[in-house]
Design a protein around this ligand. Sequence first.
Ligand code: BGC
Ligand code: BGC
Length: 843
Amino acid sequence: MVMLMAGRGAVAAQTASPGTGKPTHYTDWPHIASPRKVDPQLDARVHDIVAQMSLAQKIGQMTQAEIKSITPDQVRQFYIGSVLNGGGSWPQGNKHAGTADWLALADRYYDASMAVDAPVKVPVIWGTDAVHGHSNVFGATLFPHNIGLGAAHDPELIRQIGAATARAVRATGVDWAFAPTLAVAQNARWGRTYESFSSDGPLVHAYARAYVDGLQGHFGDANVLATAKHFIGDGATVNGTDQGVAKVSRRDMINVHGAGYVGALEAGVLSVMASYNSWDDAVDGTNYGKMSGARALLTGALKDKMGFPGFIVSDWNAIGQLPGCSNASCPQAIKAGIDMVMVPDDWRAFIANTTRQVQDGEIPMARIDDAVSRIVRAKLVMGAFDKRPSQRAGAGDASRLQDRALARRAVRESLVLLKNNRDMLPLRRGSRVLVVGKSADSIANQVGGWSLTWQGTDNGNADFPHATSVLAGIRAADGATNVSYRATPDGVDTGTFDAIIAVIGETPYAETMGDILPSATLRHGDRHPEDLAVLKAAAASGKPVVTVFLSGRPLFVNALLNHSDAFVAGWLPGSEGEGIADLLFADGQAKPAFDFTGTLSMPWPRVPCPHAGGDPAANWLFARGYGLHYAAHHELPALPLHAEVVTCAGSSTLPIFHTLAQSPFSLYLGAGRDGGKVQAVGADLNAMIEWPAEQPVFSLRTVQVNTQQDAKSITWHGPGRFFAKSPQPTDLMPLLATHAALQFDLVIGTPAHAPVTIYMGCGEGCTRTVNVGAMFAAYKTGRRHAVSIPLQCFIRPGEDLARVDVPFGVLAAAPFSAAFANVRIAADSAGAAAATCPGTVAR
Ligand code: BGC
Ligand code: BGC
């Protein structure tokens, strides 16, 4: 139902409209008949192949390694079943690798897999996160992220996008897309909200079917294997925490969060990826643990009850998160029903360990045979045995990476008009327009995460050669001479303009890095004050303001809405910025060529903490299904700002570094003990930094301590500092009062000889230090240690932590190397109050 009065002209709610599926009311996991007919000949062939395979070959088939850490010859030697390129991984590590580079590498892997010395040869398959188009590949068309597609409510569009994506993926020789994501996201705090089509099961059901159908089709030359991910409950976690705990009833798990799997199985999906999250049944209390070890769900629900005939792949190093497992060893996961294990780096040790576990009888041979049979069957069905990657029609054809018209149409269909007071839109073509805002000319901001790089960071417009920015789209639609652009309207004489278009919003993120902590509000201005400043200045000019808001989720934007006459939710539209201009301008004819048709696929908040419970009507400004069109004649009144609400749940954690530096902090290296040269570490997870170049004091690279690429590994070649700093100081006194501690995870590579100091900076000439030399010396190298230093250890009587701009700094000298992860200031559950300080408080 529409909670904000569906004013005249508002599009009616569509919770279960025709073509977008009906809610289901299963009481148990339903059996889904596969569209593929039972084929005894196929089964016989699978049986025949598996019967001839050695144990080494079978375990190799169950192993998926990352292209950065495996060569084609190793694929041959270890009978590897699959390779993947993770987000931001490309042939030869070249971000600008072309279609031919991808295809050549695909052929090399394939040929290696068919050159094994064995009676039967099983081709390797290559998987990639083609999650909004072929999204790791330079020059590929990027479709809107899933949340925008959800707003289109158009399964046929989704089928076409699936097919276009498959065509692009195949052109580069890749066989398999890790898509679609079928999360039914319930909480916009989740950093993967934009990967979810909708918070509504029926829509995800219809889309899953269409997307899988588009990708897999009948497995012709232009089709790829699809993956329904992440099974199950990724969109159900408490507070929207990535990889967290889902606390829902079984009924909701099946009917809401399972809806997409019903659709994907109906379409014959042949792979499913297990999710990082765990599940505690909210009604009966059953604790299923992390999904990659949940036998009741992988085998019991998905394979046995639902009748899934394909194979289950685990997520990136997910097995290492199961109790008693490591990234290189996890018999539990295989016994639970994982058929292929994504072990990006530790694949060699994984193969050795798994072989031993089978020989020792810990993993039953029957389970191995079942896993391998599922993989081989999928490979036969998808035609992997038939052709080398380059033998497929269209392989190497770079033009197949493009489907710009389809993407532009998808952008048009995905836009949702939330406000259009005085019928501000459409603007008349030829109006004099001032364009402002940081995202107008930023393709990186418009494509978001999972775009060329994993986080979508470290990209400039030149990294997207066939894309059009929103600004370029506006210039094309309105006439270039009618359009001026400034990042901010400050100091611009607005007198000659008819209207201001502000293009603002979130900056790119992916996965956990996009989570908004439970303590933080969903207020956009809290995280992006620059956007509010732009709109204020625009509104102050007295000219009509049209806001295009690019975001991966619905956010609390009452202040932005108040400063706008028209407001368009543009989501993360991808590479075709013209799709936005298509709906901003018209010729003034009675019936414009296009109009807004998109409606929200998730509710939009009315308050800063909408998930705090209470009356839904009070929490949501626009319900799912809301969206205006040009002639709506709907006036949105001024909205309350709730400025008094500055946090949501009790704020007990200050995150500093978690894979990326957490806003407002950035990471730096500083040569020497004090002052001197400083180098920003940046957000590029692939960067290897040797600094200063003339005579390095530091080597820095990104490694894994807890989850993928979450740590900075640093070698000191001389005296220097690694630290996090913010432009403005933070008051840590409230955290001090809660007995909070500076915490981080640490793996020491080379122990230090000279003293090591952890410090905080409090402005020019002010530091607070703790000597951790003795504490670190007691740590075993190569092991992870959870370090917790009570804040009180940093101060002497009479000192405070009221103005801290460096909440974390490490001062050391050669020899010393260590990896640092998950740096934060948090209330210490073990009780920092009672904890003792490491070393003595040094000056
Ligand atoms: C992402 C991968 C990414 C990797 C880092 C993973 O979490 O899913 O795609 O490549 O971390 O490279
Ligand atoms: C993500 C998956 C992705 C995989 C491979 C993981 O971190 O959760 O969605 O397919 O990495 O890149």
